[in-house]
Design a protein around this ligand. Sequence first.
Ligand SMILES: Nc1ncnc2c1ncn2[C@@H]1O[C@H](COP(=O)(O)OP(=O)(O)OP(=O)(O)O)[C@@H](O)[C@H]1O
Ligand SMILES: [Mg+2]
Length: 437
Amino acid sequence: MLDTPVSAASQSIGRVIAVNGSQSTVDLSARAGIGETPTVGRFMGLTTAKSIIIGLITDVSEQPSPAAGAGQTFRKVAHLDLIGELLSRLSGIPRFQRGVTEYPNIGDSAAMLGERELRMVYGGADADHAHIGDLQQNTNIGVHIDIDNLVSRHFAILGATGVGKSSGVAIILQKILDTRPNLRVFLVDPHNEYGRCFGDKANVLNPRNLRLPFWLFNFEETIDAFFGGRPGVEEEVEILSEVIPLAKGAYLQYRNGANGANGLLTKKREPKDAGFTADTPVPYRIEDLINLLDERMGKLENRSRAALYHKLIGRIQTFRNHPRYAFMFENANIGGDTMAEILSALFRLPPDGKPMTIMQLAGFPAEVVDSVVSVLCRMAFDFGLWSDGVAPLLFVCEEAHRYAPADKKVGFGPTKRALSRIAKEGRKYGVFLGLVT
Ligand SMILES: Nc1ncnc2c1ncn2[C@@H]1O[C@H](COP(=O)(O)OP(=O)(O)OP(=O)(O)O)[C@@H](O)[C@H]1O
Ligand SMILES: [Mg+2]
């Protein structure tokens, strides 16, 4: 219910001459030349019967006037993006809301938006609203964001390169940490630029202290890692798809004590098919995988087939022994190392005073970055499922275009799928997405 309409914004300087979707054109001929100049980036208010519609000027130009009479005359027009409206309320204090419920009409009066209205748009500081800076167009006006609103749905921070996205993200995340101590924050930091931004509230992960066991990688991610970010050799991929499930089965067997005290897979006997696929999130040992391949190779009569196995074994051994990939293999199979423990460590449950994780990617081998990010995105969703939404998590992906480019032909498919799964279903499990691009 509306009582009195919102009072008109400052002095009228023009009128609406066209409305087109979320845009509007204003004829500025009425402008007297005093007061604020209507230029690109400034705000105007269009006064309608029920509200003041807020528009951001995106372009100003001169157009031939259709006015009758001798000689051609010109008029100055401004194009506006309609961003929201100030609505009257019973309390008498108008409230700003994004989006437009009712469009302006031809002839509606237009004025530059005054400080009073801008303050309504950008809010005031209170328990729910955090001050994140001052308005570029008018530094007297503080800009406030509704933290609850921001973190209870997904959000994106968009802008051309160098406009200050990362600086903005640092400020916004600091405010989130201050006001929502129960929210976990996971930040993917491709350029290692956030390490010092959050003081002792953040646990900083890098290739030296991250533990991301190779068995957490699903099949596509494993192939991407083993083959250095290139599509795998078809025959080798096929062999792996048969043998990885067997290695998983073997692990389960000796976890249940079937293979003797040392727990190593006994030679010459392939483990029974435990019904796993290469994607089942069950640990296995890389040594078992190599042994299984080795045994199969020993039984082969076909030389070229054996050479294929030989090459694959060599590939896995090189990968396994390279110090660059130590984060995937060190302590990967320590007893009791379960998925739950890894999720707890990655996503700070319990937070132990550090509710945030900064995942610094710059030191990782370039060829495994895609699969590492993919695993982390998947894990974030699984964390929500596993904790059943009781430990809300904000997953912030900087430089999101690198991991989920709009172009279907580029980018790593599994990461895109994992991010879109969070976007589509994450909310139900308390997993929220923040994309910066
Ligand atoms: N509000 C601001 N006022 C003035 N300078 C700023 C502001 N925000 C950021 N800067 C400066 O602008 C530069 C770029 O900032 P930043 O790295 O945050 O941009 P970005 O949008 O993340 O860039 P990139 O696309 O390279 O990631 C930095 O030098 C930063 O100090
Ligand atoms: Mg940046």
